[in-house]
Write a protein that binds this ligand. Structure first.
Ligand code: UDP
Ligand code: MN
Length: 278
């Protein structure tokens, strides 16, 4: 099969899959892998990558990840230009938060490569997330399940967030997606997320706790309960960056740092509530 190369066979029929197209997202992926291992899962851990340097690859391999080299999708020049960083930010500006300089929107579409993998069940997780409690039950959930993109208001429930989702790999599905993705004049304003929402209009909803977005801490503190949160997702600014919201997200950043390291991680019951919580 073209488009990807795995360096060793699968060990399980289920896999957690993430994507890292550059060293920054490899840093994120490493913390995600460590957090997943702490949940005691027996599923494979897969990192799809495009052109990571040897040091990043070795770091991920040492965490027992199965590395799968993938090509970016063979999209047209027009598609690539429309979804290039500057063009996309111009046509559909991000007004709620800042995307880091190392974020290339076009790379997001490579997530769709997971439909080509040799697994029966996949749970995809963005490289900027950590898993705080076991989520193996998601392997039993149907394709396509995702949590709503909740971080500000009720209107957020109309949309899904593609940072965590369930899938059943199938070359047939992949081919059908490719036929749909790159039509003349298309603009997927939030890249893979908008595409997946369109491709799976009857997507199944996961609880927000399976993909808790960091801005909930700032904007919807009444929704925050540490012991309920299974996946914490640092959308927009990344916890390994120096950024403008770092002071107000300090508790979350320190939790990410603990998961990224070798030492113990705090018990969720001991973490403080968000400042605005009742
Ligand atoms: N990604 C990547 N390289 C890029 C952009 C994205 O590897 O240049 C992958 C990575 O797994 C990342 C995901 O695609 O977590 C989605 O991007 P991001 O998490 O930055 O988007 P956000 O969650 O802020 O919308
Ligand atoms: Mn993300």
């Amino acid at each position: 099969m073209s488009g990807f190369h795995a360096e060793r066979p699968a060990r399980d029929r289920r896999a957690y899959v993430t994507l890292a197209t550059n060293a920054d997202y490899a840093t994120g992926a490493a913390a995600l892998l460590r957090s997943l291992r702490r949940t005691g899962t027996g599923a494979d851990l897969v990192v799809m990558f495009t052109d990571l340097d040897a040091a990043s690859q070795d770091m991920l391999r040492a965490l027992d990840a199965r590395l799968v080299r993938v090509d970016l999708l063979p999209t047209s020049d027009q598609f690539n230009q429309t979804h290039a960083r500057r063009a996309l930010h111009g046509a559909a500006p991000f007004t709620k938060g800042e995307k880091p300089p190392f974020h290339t929107p076009l790379d997001n579409f490579a997530k769709l490569r997971l439909w080509q993998l040799d697994y029966a069940r996949v749970v995809f997780i963005d490289a900027d997330a950590i898993v705080l409690q076991n989520i193996d039950r998601l392997f039993e959930y149907p394709e396509f399940s995702a949590a709503p993109n909740v971080y500000e208001s009720l209107g957020d429930f109309h949309r899904l967030n593609s940072g965590v989702f369930t899938a059943r790999p199938s070359q047939e599905t992949f081919d059908a997606m490719m036929a749909r993705l790159d039509q003349p004049g298309v603009f997927w304003r939030r890249t893979d997320q908008t595409f997946l929402e369109t491709y799976f209009p009857n997507w199944h909803g996961l609880p927000v706790f399976d993909n808790m977005l960091q801005y909930v801490w700032l904007n919807l503190p009444q929704l925050w309960k540490w012991t309920d949160i299974r996946v914490l997702h640092y959308q927009y600014e990344k916890p390994w960056q120096d950024h403008a919201k770092a002071d107000s997200l300090r508790v979350l950043i320190e939790l990410w740092q603990a998961h990224a390291g070798d030492g113990p991680v705090p018990d969720l019951r001991d973490l403080p509530p968000p400042p605005g919580a009742a």
